[in-house]
Design a binder for this molecule. Structure first.
Ligand code: CU
Length: 149
């Protein structure tokens, strides 16, 4: 029995490795990003919003965000109209993580350049399990609010 457990553990380790190479026959998280936007910043900080959808069979976490426009990018939640930094956001299995106005968001401090409406800002999302995902985030007008459907 012990032996069988060990070979199972090995099989899991191997299939996890294959998943990184694009194997589809596993139960790991499968992430895709949609609806990304950044309101045109008015000062030297900016916010970013997007949705991460997980169609896979296990959960993941958004652990950090990096971008060329700022060396100080953090992830924030909003509670009682106050925002505070968090270390990660959960992305449930077969679920979504919504970063949206008034709620969870990405915060870019001390901008090195100020993006304008029509620009795209390259942002890299880092996860606990999945490979990083680079998103070209379109810059919208400062008051932009996407329609929910
Ligand atoms: Cu914030």
């Amino acid at each position: 029995m012990t032996r069988r457990r060990i070979s199972l553990a090995l099989a899991v380790a191997v299939s996890t490795g294959l998943a990184l190479a694009g194997c589809s026959a596993d139960d790991g998280p499968k992430l895709s990003v949609s609806g990304a936007f950044m309101p045109q910043p008015v000062g030297d900080m900016a916010a970013g919003f997007l949705t991460v959808e997980n169609s896979g069979g296990s959960a993941d976490k958004l652990t950090s965000v990096t971008s060329d426009i700022s060396d100080d990018v953090t992830i924030h939640e909003t509670k009682d109209q106050k925002m505070r930094e968090v270390t990660s956001f959960d992305i449930p299995a077969d679920g979504t993580l919504d970063l949206e106005r008034g709620g969870n968001h990405i915060m870019f401090m001390t901008l090195k350049q100020r993006p304008e409406k029509g620009d795209k800002v390259a942002v890299e999302l880092h996860f606990e399990k999945s490979d990083p995902i680079t998103v070209e985030v379109p810059v919208k007008e400062t008051t932009y609010h996407p329609q929910k459907h």
